[in-house]
Design a protein around this ligand. Sequence first.
Ligand SMILES: [Zn+2]
Length: 256
Amino acid sequence: MTSLMIEQFTCRQDNFGVILHDPLTGETASIDAPDGSRIAGRLGDDGWKLTHLFITHHHPDHVEGIPALVASYSPQVIGPEAEASRISGLTRTVSDGDTFEFAGRAVEVISTPGHTSGHVCFYIADEALLFAGDTLFALGCGRLFEGSPADMFGSLNRLGGLPDDTRVYCGHEYTQANGRFAISVDPDNEILAKRIAEIADLRSRRLPTLPTTIGFEKRTNPFMRTGDAAIRKQLGMESSSDLEVFTELRRRKDSF
Ligand SMILES: [Zn+2]
């Protein structure tokens, strides 16, 4: 089995478009639909026909392209059951633990509430691939628009349980801003400092900083490092619970 081809590109302000393509079957998926014409343009450049849309959550910058893509390609549109009433055009709804097939691979649905109440991530174990939407970002996590800190903390813990070599694609290019916050609470983390220098170089050349990996985020993303002694000392929270540390990190980031 050859690997899936993956195209990542920026659209709108700072959204990522991600297209998956299997050269053997021709099956092609877009992760979310931030911009229908931009996604259709990329598909057209490659001569690919969209067969699937995987929708992570209901925010307009993730679903607005659905109608145009449905009109052009009639793909299966797969998205969270818990947000079905807020996403028009879904042809199949999924919940935590569901699996469906894409190009002969099992795609596992992981419920990750926090950013929105029904947010889901899509995990393809055969390819060590995670599509994290607006739950996990490189060096950060999504804002809590609908869920509690405990919801998001639980969601990140679940993603942190995936294999370290899992490649992570996210909904936005937020890495540079996230890095500025991360180093403020984890100033002695040498791996993080090196990463921040790499990010500055990539961004100066207008290159994406993603994908990242689960293992790398566990060493550099403060929201996945709530047990780290140095971060706790920096926050003055040596004896707090992991959830309390997470909650304080999210609170600080919101006004950073
Ligand atoms: Zn969102």
